[in-house]
Design a protein around this ligand. Structure first.
Ligand code: MN
Length: 177
């Protein structure tokens, strides 16, 4: 059971964090949560085969292709975590506030069909590299995930040069037209 580590780390009767979540039909979702824990970081989560694959990104994602952002692969989270905002109480794992920073769907450069995407991502996790295309409000376009060799869980998250790449520091929410 892939959520075992998630449950081991938490006392879910005592925080409002989700326990599970039903698999959505159709497109695959992603979320980025700004998490003001002991160290502020951004949690990037990709829906894949009924769970959220999760990375903690200390500096958050960047739309600048020359910025390589460290992303630490952490335990899978339940699907309902993509909707979670709130405060994890003091004394609990990850204590602090969680707010949704961006959300949307994702695909890959070569696949738009969920089953194909999931297969590609699972293979990419083993190989140590894969690319996704975010369709979010802040994050758009292609990003590469590249695992650092000789580490257990450290990856780099890098924006690919495309129409959404920019060297601007702040990533605003683009108004929908
Ligand atoms: Mn976190």
């Amino acid at each position: 059971m892939t959520l075992k580590r998630y449950h081991e780390k938490r006392n879910l009767g005592e925080t409002e964090e989700p326990k599970s979540g039903d698999k959505s039909l159709g497109e695959l979702h992603f979320v980025i949560q700004k998490h003001a824990a002991s160290h502020l970081h951004y949690d990037l989560r990709l829906e894949c085969r009924g769970v959220l694959l999760s990375w903690a990104v200390p500096k958050g994602p960047s739309l600048n292709p020359s910025e390589k952002r460290l992303a630490i692969h952490v335990e899978d989270h339940p699907l309902d975590y993509q909707y979670f905002e709130g405060t994890i109480p003091k004394g609990h794992y990850g204590a602090g506030t969680v707010e949704i920073w961006d959300k949307g769907t994702y695909t890959t450069p070569d696949a738009t069909e969920p089953k194909e995407i999931e297969k590609y991502i699972k293979l990419g996790l083993k190989k140590g590299h894969f690319s996704v295309v975010f369709h979010g409000e802040r994050l758009k376009g292609e990003f590469s995930f590249i695992k650092l060799k000789e580490t257990e869980n450290e990856w780099l998250l890098i924006k690919k040069e495309d129409a959404y790449a920019t060297s601007e520091e702040v990533i605003p929410v683009k108004k929908k037209s």
